[in-house]
Design a protein around this ligand. Structure first.
Ligand SMILES: [Zn+2]
Length: 329
């Protein structure tokens, strides 16, 4: 399945895709070519060096910062800030300026929604602001060792000691800070096998990390425990945690709501169904891609980040990963 022949086009497709996450608003065609795209990580880090940080006030004392890889959520208050994800370290100066503008000079807790570097690379400097880093054991494991990601053509060194999670949680835990009640909840493998979602109860803000990409096809890290079925289960679980009033923060894409999360879940289910039906007929990956199983969703979901062929491939391989080609939904 993972022949070198297949990997080359997928690898640079991902460069185009993820570079688009950072350089929001720039068309993907302008961003990369197979010749220049040695690794999406290098391209994204380069973008993070110059991308402005935008602060989006959400509700109460909670804001979202974007422009440094994955979305970052911050609760401010006298006890020190509570942050969800830390972005890319090259954005440190601009992120610190944005935090200062929110009145933040110390951080009490930093939760990592999962291990990917566009959510954890900033851990060390946030820890230097006082943060205890909270994550699942699998997230802690991946950021504490050298981790190779073939699809990204990149080998990640371990994070500096201070940036490694020290508060490891396997089941949900509640934090109380500045009058807010915060539920930090590890979930079953979905985007990776170390995902966490965070719910700010009083403000009614639900932060889903990369288990939710708002309006765009998601990446699913099959190599680190993720799968399409896990992604669908996580979306269903998240739907059970919110109402129409809830502000739903995705890992990538604009701030969302329950209706948008439901549309995301429905898209996952629909593409999974079509891919699995073809796979159950014994079709190869190339044959499945040629049949364009996500065609009805592509105009809306496939225009920006992960392109249709790459998403279809992730779904197919996720099914294969679990040895099941039968549609279950
Ligand atoms: Zn991710």
């Amino acid at each position: 399945m993972n022949t070198a022949h297949e990997k080359r086009p997928v690898r640079w497709t991902f460069v185009v895709a993820l570079a688009g996450v950072v350089a929001y608003g720039i068309t993907s065609d302008a961003l990369a070519s197979p010749e220049t795209a040695t690794s999406p990580v290098i391209a994204i880090n380069k973008a993070a060096e110059t991308t402005p940080i935008k602060t989006n006030p959400l509700r109460g004392s909670i804001s979202e910062l974007d422009g440094s890889g994955g979305n970052i959520t911050v609760l401010t208050g006298g006890d020190g800030a509570f942050m969800v994800d830390a972005g890319i370290s090259l954005s440190k100066d601009r992120l610190q300026t944005a935090l200062r503008q929110l009145g933040v000079d110390k951080v009490k807790y930093l939760v990592n929604t999962h291990w990917h570097w566009d959510h954890t690379d900033g851990n060390p400097w946030v820890h230097d602001l006082g943060a205890t880093v909270v994550a699942t054991p699998n997230t802690a494991k991946y950021v504490s060792q050298t981790t190779r990601v073939e699809d990204w053509n990149y080998t990640f060194p371990p994070l500096a000691m201070g940036g490694r999670p020290t508060e490891l949680i396997r089941t949900e835990r509640t934090y109380h800070l500045d009058g807010e009640t915060i539920l930090v909840k590890p979930i079953a493998p979905a985007h990776t096998d170390g995902d966490i979602v965070v719910y700010f109860k009083n403000a009614d803000v639900l932060v889903l990390g990369d288990t939710f990409w708002n309006g765009i096809y998601p990446f699913i890290d099959n190599a680190h425990g993720g799968s399409i079925d896990g992604a669908i289960a996580a979306a269903n679980e998240a739907l059970g945690m919110c109402t129409d009033q809830t502000i739903v923060v995705p890992g990538h894409g604009p701030i969302g709501n329950r209706a948008q999360l439901m549309a995301f879940r429905d898209m996952l289910v629909g593409v999974r169904k079509n891919v699995a039906a073809l796979k159950s007929q014994g079709k190869s990956l190339d044959e499945v891609l040629a049949a364009k199983p996500s065609a009805e969703y592509d105009p809306k979901w496939g225009q920006f980040v992960i392109n249709p062929a790459f998403f279809d491939r992730l779904v197919y391989q996720g099914l294969n990963h679990h040895g099941s080609g039968r549609p279950s939904l």
